[in-house]
Write a protein that binds this ligand. Structure first.
Ligand code: PEP
Ligand code: MG
Length: 310
């Protein structure tokens, strides 16, 4: 039967046959939150901005004020996912006092900083919990660069001890994707950071222009990683989203939904085209697109196969 394929320019994300997919925002400040009220919430709040260009960590009060401002920009009940500080020697912060590393991308970054400076993470979680109380909302919190189930458990313990009840991890490291099911024993949700997951799956520096083909988000091996996480989420009945650049490609968004991800997070300007692409495909067509992309030998063939399928 001929189906209506009109696309949609506003409202919540869903496929042509009504399967819901949350469309969320990647933000780096409260100002970004105000610019993007057309989304259903925040899938990735990069909190680094508070810590940059300073010799001392932000105070409790500064953090609470900034976090509360973001929480107030969305209706109570909308997900707002805080990503805890993602620093390290690749994004150096003087007050962390980390030693220089030969291989910073493989060193002490993201959640690993808490091995040396746990008080910085604890202070941030304290401030998020305080902002939650002030605004009467339930923020979600997740850690970057989680690698093992033990790290996930430690992060969850710290967050839950402060009354934070929606606790998750970014999936950016292949070991975490392979054990997504074990991570979900301790966590409420996962969010796949395809920028770093590409870098670590393909052993290719994400800034390296000469290796851009390896970092193409249509790489079938990257999509297999996404599938593993989505399957673990489905089995556990927990949400698994994508918050890397891959989520902003409208046609790839249909593939990600077909793989089973439950939300897509992107910058505000990408939301309309992704919403429109989902509204033009049924869930069955998204699943077909996922199969075509997984079966393709390389990113170009994956793209071509999915484009040809319509
Ligand atoms: C990612 O790695 O995909 C991600 C969303 O985090 P960032 O780009 O901030 O490293
Ligand atoms: Mg990352």
């Amino acid at each position: 039967a001929e189906r209506e394929r009109i696309g949609r320019t506003s409202g919540p994300g869903r496929t042509a046959d009504g399967h819901p997919v949350k469309l969320l925002l990647n933000i780096g400040s409260a100002a970004d939150a105000e610019a993007g009220v057309d989304a259903e919430g925040v899938g990735l709040f990069r909190t680094e901005f508070l810590y940059l260009d300073r010799r001392t960590p932000p105070t409790h009060e500064e953090q609470v004020a900034a976090y509360a401002e973001v929480l107030r920009a969305f209706p109570a009940g909308a997900p707002v996912v805080f990503r805890t500080l993602d620093a390290g020697t690749d994004k150096p912060l003087p007050f962390l006092g980390l030693a220089e590393e030969v291989n910073p991308a493989l060193g002490v970054r993201g959640l690993r900083v808490a091995r040396l400076r746990p008080e910085v993470l604890d202070a941030q979680l304290d401030a998020i919990a305080e902002a939650a109380r002030e605004t009467g909302t339930t923020p979600w919190v997740m850690a970057p660069m989680v690698t093992t189930p033990a790290e996930a458990a430690d992060f969850a313990r710290r967050a839950r001890a402060r009354g934070l009840s929606r606790v998750g991890a970014m999936i950016e490291v292949p070991a975490a994707a392979l054990h997504a099911d074990r991570l979900l024993d301790r966590l409420d949700f996962l969010s796949i950071g395809t920028n770093d997951l590409s870098q670590y799956t393909f052993a290719a520096d994400r800034q390296h222009g000469d290796l851009a083909d390896l970092l193409d988000p249509w790489q079938p091996a990257l999509l297999r990683m996404v599938e593993l996480c989505a399957e673990a989420g489905r089995a556990a009945g927990r949400p698994v989203g994508v918050c890397g650049e891959a989520a902003a490609d409208p046609l790839l968004a249909t593939v990600l939904v077909g793989l089973g991800v439950t939300s897509l997070s992107m910058s505000a300007r990408s939301v309309p085209a992704v919403r429109d692409a989902l509204a033009r495909h049924t869930l069955a067509e998204c699943r077909r697109n996922a199969e075509l992309a997984l079966d393709a030998p390389d990113p170009e063939a994956a793209r071509a196969a999915v484009r040809a399928a319509g």
